[in-house]
Design a protein around this ligand. Structure first.
Ligand code: NDP
Length: 297
């Protein structure tokens, strides 16, 4: 078998187009564009790149981007004051505080200070709780993007065996919750799981969110499995190169011999994350304006 490559980049581009069209219609009706505020504290180079690309994608989707760049030594009180100001700003529908924060700032209390109705990252405990009890809130962007790819590929997931490897609050746990809501039979595996290869072998759906380069080989996979690879890992550079290759948690080439479908890295889950962030911001704008959220997002 040679697996179908699940093209997250193409799927994300279409989602961004739909969001952009819907944002333009919202602006026409509401007299203002949906707005996303992104807060970056410090100079972390990777975060800088993410914030810049989120800003560009927001503008390209017909939304307003508000960027707040604060020095690395910003006090917790000053950051909380900014979040409070954004919570009360009607032009701002979504607030994202770029993680990781400098060590002197407590991420949990900063996230807790964001209004749950503007928490488009879905990290606030209220939104985690809403997901857990089946109420509509905001779902973290990466797992929701994975779910969209799975639904597109497999349709109804009822009764399928799903194994999620990784139990972080931003990927593994919400992913498992979404799969459970879609009536899959879900196992969450982690660093203490015994016989991980045997557990993964049962799965019709494997979601790998570990952060270990090419850990999952073809021997771990059931024939015909659908594999979603969330991991982003940079290998050491080859001699003469200044950067190593990006790979996922799954050994793509060999896994493709066994799986029915698999996401590549890069070009799979990664592009979905920003597209879903824009989608969540659009949803927030509709909810904040008290108008129905368009279907098909
Ligand atoms: P975390 O480090 O928070 O979580 C990793 C999880 O993997 C933990 O639950 C850990 O278990 C588990 N784990 C670690 N080692 C093993 C092992 N040997 N066997 C089984 N499980 C193991 O990472 P994140 O959830 O934040 O991210 C996971 C990966 O996804 C990373 O590569 C990250 O870069 C990528 N990522 C990609 C995104 C995208 O847009 N595509 C967005 C977010 C993340 P335990 O809990 O027991 O320690």
């Amino acid at each position: 078998m040679t697996a179908t490559r699940i093209d997250g980049k193409a799927f994300a581009a279409k989602l961004r187009e739909r969001v952009g069209a819907s944002a333009a219609a919202f602006a026409e009706a509401a007299g203002r564009k949906p707005g996303l505020a992104v807060v970056l504290v410090g100079e972390d180079p990777a975060s800088n790149v993410y914030v810049r690309s989120k800003g560009k994608a927001t503008v390209a989707a017909n939304m307003e981007s508000f960027e707040h760049r604060l020095p690395a030594d910003t006090s917790e009180a000053d950051l909380l004051a900014l979040v409070d100001q954004l919570n009360n700003d009607d032009a701002v529908d979504g607030i994202l505080v770029q993680l990781p924060l400098p060590a002197h700032l407590d991420e949990q209390s900063i996230i807790a200070s964001i209004s749950p109705d503007k928490d488009v990252d879905g990290f606030h405990v209220i939104n985690a709780g809403r997901l857990s009890v089946g109420q509509s809130g905001f779902v973290p962007c990466t797992p929701l993007g994975c779910m969209m790819l799975l639904a597109d590929r497999l349709g109804d997931l009822s009764g399928l065996e799903a194994v999620v490897i990784g139990r972080s609050n931003i990927v593994g746990k919400p992913m498992a919750q979404l799969l459970l809501d879609a009536n899959a039979t879900v196992t969450i595996a982690h660093s203490r799981t015994k016989d991980l290869a045997g557990v993964v072998k049962r799965a019709d759906i494997v979601v790998a969110a570990v952060g270990r380069p090419e850990m999952i080989g073809k021997d771990w996979l059931k024939d015909g499995a659908t594999v979603i690879d969330v991991g982003i890992n940079r290998l050491p550079p080859e001699p003469g190169a200044d950067k190593g290759r990006l790979v996922g948690d799954v050994a793509f080439d060999e896994a493709s011999e066994v799986a029915a479908a698999i996401t590549p890295v890069p070009g799979g889950v990664g592009p979905m994350t920003i597209a879903v962030l824009l989608r969540n911001t659009l949803v927030a704008a509709h909810r904040n304006a008290g108008v129905a959220v368009p279907e098909g997002l």
